[in-house]
Design a protein around this ligand. Sequence first.
Ligand SMILES: Cc1ncc(COP(=O)(O)O)c(C=O)c1O
Length: 442
Amino acid sequence: MLPEILTNIPGPVSLGLAKRLAEAECRNTTFLTDDWPVFWERAEGANVWDADGNRFLDMTSGFGVAGIGYGFTGEALRQQSVSLMHAMGDVHPARVKVELCEVLSEITFEKWQGKKGKCLFGNSGFEAVEAALKTAVLATGRSGILSFEGGYHGLGYGALLGQGIGWFSEPFEGQLAKVTRRLAFPQTEEELEIFKKELWKIDGVGIGAVLVEPIQGRGGIIVPPLGFLTELRKWCDAIGAVLVFDEIYTGFWRTGKMFACEREGVFPDLICLGKALAGGFPISVCIGKAEIMDAWPETHGEALHTSTFLGNPMGCAMAIEAIRRYREPETQAMVAAASQHLAAALRTLSDLPAVKNIRGEGLMMGVETDSGERALSAVKGLLQDGILALPDGPHGDVVALTPPFCVSKEAIDFAIGKLRGRLRGAHAPSRVVSGAPAGNLA
Ligand SMILES: Cc1ncc(COP(=O)(O)O)c(C=O)c1O
């Protein structure tokens, strides 16, 4: 459905909640100004309603979580919550954890290589990344990490080791091990050639993990040229490092394939999944080739890597239902139709002077503008139009568009029409409340 705006944005209820939150929450967390945010009350399909009753069109999928659309795993949650909300993940687990492990193996390593995969669950995406980094140490005996500028893997201390957006880690450098080597993430064929030379110059002796997003998300929706993943695969095989694909954002059709690595037909040793995995429950997983995961010693009652909510039954039941839906041919067709329409609509923006580049794959698209201020003011303007969008990229200059798969053609046209209007107008300087560059709202 198209937006329906009934009040000023933010409306009076949202403004009141913002005031209370400013007193009650760490001030670094929620971006609060007099024109941002709106407080959510309910969501369905591609729409979100705020606490003032305004209906928005969500072009973010709530950080890429909503997958097919808000609520598509709601019935699975309702049924599971009646029987079992919590189990003892690594001690007396829920039945659904077993089923989810099996289905995750089927859709990844069994499909790709005819070999079983094994799972290690977490709650947030960054925990899956940390599970992968620990696995790599155990499998290789090496602590070094190779990762990429602009890479984003979450903000836990382990995950921060791999990320490549400096200001996320700078205040905490003193507590971070110096184990990471970073390379530029190639965007063009020329950059790919430079990357290949740089890669093979690296003495890989200490490197146990190569951590990479097959398509960078928070780094500004960057699609590397074909051949990039192939080269990484070759290098990892040559030096004996574990190749980790962080598909927390790109996984489950976001980029037009079930997994973004399928675009190049290159497969990792470990894959990290989260976000759309359950369509709206904090559950994540690192899945690995069985022979690599078996580097973990067998537990004798005290797991080396676990947590209270590991394999939560509600998350598992929702993920099983989400994957059942993701495997239906209708989902692929829905993604293909919406992607084509979005790409065509975005091409109409290419004549705007403020637009420097339009890029992406599937339903993970970005419009690079001429500045972070421009993108932030466009995103704030879109909020006034009833459209939820986010700035992305290390400089916040990319307007990211990652709608739920069920978004209608009419809704896409509406959103891109409004974006055109917002990018055409002059942009007002924005006020930023944290130390982060303008546009860091995600
Ligand atoms: C590629 C990627 N990896 C990891 C993460 C971290 O996930 P979470 O925020 O759930 O910890 C994100 C979040 O945006 C992401 O985009």
